[in-house]
Design a protein around this ligand. Structure first.
Ligand code: UDP
Length: 356
C-alpha cells in the first residue's frame, strides 16, 4: 500500500490508556499505531480523557467509562451510563469522519458496531474479546452480514465463539520486538502477567508455584482486590512476589529471566499478548488449551498446552520446561508476530476494505 492513509482510531471506553485497566488492548492500539505510522500513514487516536500513549498525542474525550464485558452475564442488555464517554466518542467521530479514509474501532461495545452501516464503508472494527453476551453476538453477526470485511479478529478460536468459520479477517497481533531482549540463561523462577481478576485464574499458577517450590513473579494491575487478598490468604506459603503494574521495559526485564510463563485463564482468551511478549524474550509458555494461545504455542517446541483447569498437568508441564530451546521461542515471535508481519496483515485488510 503506497498511499498514506488518514486513519482515525477509536479506543476502548472501559478505561484510560496507560492505566492497565483495559488489558491487552492498550498495547494492541500502540502497536497498530506504531506500525502504521512507520508505513507512512497518519494516525489520530481518540481515547478517554487523561489517557496516555507513548509518543502519540491523543484526542481526549470526557465522560463516564463503560463497564467491562467481563462483568456482564450472557443475557444482560446493553448498558449506557449518563454522559457516557462512548457516546461522546461517537459524537466526535461523526463530526470529523469526512477527514479520514478509515475509522478503526477497538471497543467491544454495541454502539460502534451498530453504527457501521451509517459510515458508508469507512468504519471497521477489531474485536478484542470472545463472545460474551447475546446482544453483542447478534450485532457482530449482523455487521458481518451487512458490511462484509468490516470485522477483524485476533484468532480463529475467537471468531469461532461468535459462530464464524470464514468471512472474517484474522490479524493475530504484532509487537515491537526491539523492546524485548532475549535471555538464554534464566533463573529458577516462573512468570504470570495480566490483569488480576477471576477470569485470569491466577490461583492455579500460585498453586503450581507452591507445589513445585519455584518462585512466581506476578506482574499486572490488581483489578479485583478481594480476589487478590483471597489468593494471598489461601496460599500464604507460596513463594510468590507481586511486582505491580510495570511498563513494557520493566516487564521484559523480569520476564526474560524466567524459565516459563504460565497462562491459567478461565475465560476464552481472544489472543493473549503476554504469550508473545514471553516468546520474544525466549521464554516458553505453558497455557491452558483455551482460546488464542492454542494457535500460538507450538506443543513441545515453544511451550506446552495443558488441559484447562487441570493443575496437576500444569505442574507436570513445568517439569518439562527445560526441553524447550529458548532461541526457537524468540524465532517464532520474529517470524509471526513482528510489527512488520502485523503491518502486512493490517494493510492487506485495509486494501480489501477500501476496494469493496
Ligand atoms: N501488562 C503490562 N504491565 C504489567 C502486566 C501486564 O503492561 O505489569 C500488559 C501486557 O503487556 C499485555 C496486557 O497487560 O499487553 C495483558 O494483555 P493480555 O492480552 O495478555 O490479556 P487481557 O487482559 O487483555 O485478557
Amino acid at each position: 500500500m503506497n498511499q498514506g492513509l488518514k486513519l482515525l482510531f477509536v479506543s476502548t471506553p472501559v478505561g484510560l490508556l496507560g492505566s492497565g485497566a483495559c488489558g491487552g488492548v492498550e498495547l494492541t492500539i500502540l502497536n497498530f499505531a506504531k506500525v502504521l505510522r512507520q508505513r507512512g500513514h497518519n494516525v489520530t487516536i481518540v481515547a478517554p480523557e487523561h489517557s496516555r500513549l507513548e509518543s502519540f498525542s491523543l484526542v481526549e474525550i470526557p465522560g463516564t467509562l463503560q463497564r467491562s464485558a467481563q462483568t456482564l452475564n450472557r443475557d444482560d442488555p446493553v448498558i449506557m451510563p449518563d454522559n457516557a464517554v462512548l457516546v461522546n466518542f461517537w459524537n466526535y467521530v461523526q463530526n470529523v469522519a469526512d477527514q479520514y479514509d478509515l475509522i478503526l474501532n477497538f471497543a467491544y461495545d454495541w454502539l460502534p458496531l451498530f453504527l457501521t452501516p451509517f459510515f458508508n464503508g469507512k468504519l471497521i472494527h477489531l474485536i478484542s474479546i470472545g463472545s460474551f453476551t447475546d446482544v453483542m453476538d447478534r450485532v457482530v453477526q449482523d455487521v458481518m452480514q451487512r458490511c462484509p470485511g468490516s470485522i477483524g479478529f485476533h484468532t480463529h478460536s475467537q471468531a469461532e465463539t461468535f459462530g464464524f468459520k470464514a468471512g472474517y479477517v484474522c490479524l493475530k497481533n504484532g509487537f515491537d520486538l526491539s523492546q524485548y531482549q532475549f535471555c538464554a540463561t534464566p533463573q529458577n523462577q516462573l512468570a504470570w502477567m495480566g490483569r488480576i481478576a477471576p477470569e485470569r485464574g491466577l490461583e492455579d499458577a500460585v498453586y503450581a508455584s507452591l507445589t513445585t517450590g519455584i518462585p512466581l513473579k506476578i506482574m499486572g494491575i490488581i483489578q479485583d482486590e478481594l480476589y487478590w487478598q483471597q489468593i494471598i490468604q489461601n496460599y500464604s506459603e507460596a513463594p510468590i512476589q507481586y511486582l505491580g503494574f510495570l511498563s513494557t521495559n520493566q516487564l521484559q526485564e523480569h520476564l526474560r529471566q524466567c524459565r516459563g510463563l504460565l497462562m491459567t485463564h478461565r475465560w476464552m482468551e481472544a489472543f493473549g499478548n503476554v504469550a508473545i511478549e514471553a516468546l520474544a524474550c525466549g521464554v516458553p509458555v505453558i497455557s491452558y488449551r483455551r482460546g488464542g494461545p492454542t494457535e500460538m504455542i507450538r506443543e513441545g517446541i515453544t511451550g506446552w498446552l495443558v488441559e484447562p483447569d487441570n493443575i496437576n498437568e500444569l505442574v507436570r508441564a513445568i517439569q518439562k520446561l527445560d526441553q524447550i530451546d529458548r532461541s526457537v521461542c524468540r524465532q517464532q515471535a520474529e517470524t509471526e508476530y513482528s510489527l512488520a508481519a502485523l503491518g502486512d496483515r493490517i494493510e492487506q485488510w485495509f486494501a480489501q476494505v477500501l476496494s469493496l
